[in-house]
Structure formats: C-alpha cells, structure tokens
Design a protein around this ligand. Structure first.
Ligand SMILES: [Fe+2]
Length: 130
C-alpha cells in the first residue's frame, strides 16, 4: 500500500468537482474513487461555524427520538442555497432525510439510541457534523 494514500472509509463522503456527483462509502475497498476521469474529493466534516451563517447541526432529544436542526440560527432553504440532507447516526446506524428548497432545515428521527451524532450537507458550504 502507498504511504499517505487516502483510504475510502465507511461513512466518508466524496464529491466530483466536475459533475457534482456526491457519494458515500458503504463498503471500503482499496481503490481510489474516480469520476469524470479524476479522483473525487473527500469532503471534510466541518464542526465549527465561523461566519454568521450557522451550519453545525443542533441535536435535540424528543419524546419520539431526535430532532436535528440546521443550525443554531436557521439556515436558508432557497433554490440556489439549501440543506440537501440531514443524517442522524444513532448507535452506528445511519438515518437520512433529504430536503428541498422551501422545506424547514430540520429533520425528526423516531429512534432510540445511546450515542448519536448528526451530519448535514449544504449545497454551497459543504459537509458539517456535530
Ligand atoms: Fe450554507
């Protein structure tokens, strides 16, 4: 194996900078992920908001499970700038809700779990985690 090679890993998200394909790894192999003739870009999970716009998912416990909102100030949901999906990872199981412009930037998941984290993808600002 090459040194410093970026390995595919379960749950990692990659984007093609040319066509906009975005894929998540379901099973990790040794190969590079290639689209449109070039390596796909690993999306880094950002977890700290630096601007006034808030992207870090906020997780709340509800009677039925968990509600995830983006973010501490509601993120815009307009045609050219919106949250495409919100994912809850609950005890290692992934649950995802896809959103469209005009929807609320939140998702409710009826699950019980001991350990949860959340991710969301903004079509302009990328992948975020809490
Ligand atoms: Fe954004």
């Amino acid at each position: 194996m090459e040194v410093n090679k970026e390995m595919a890993e379960k749950f990692r998200v990659y984007k093609c900078e040319l066509c906009g394909n975005i894929v998540e790894v379901l099973n990790a192999g040794d190969g590079d992920l290639v689209c449109c003739g070039q390596n796909m870009t690993l999306l880094q999970e950002k977890s700290a908001d630096s601007s006034t716009e808030k992207h870090v998912p906020v997780i709340e416990k509800t009677p039925e499970g968990y509600k995830v909102t983006v973010g501490s100030t509601l993120h815009p949901m307009v045609d050219n700038h919106f949250i495409q999906w919100i994912e809850l990872i609950a005890d290692g199981i992934s649950y995802r809700k896809y959103l469209k412009p005009g929807d609320a930037p939140s998702a409710e998941f009826c699950v019980r779990a001991n350990k949860v984290s959340a991710r969301e993808y903004c079509n302009v600002h990328g992948l975020w985690k809490s």
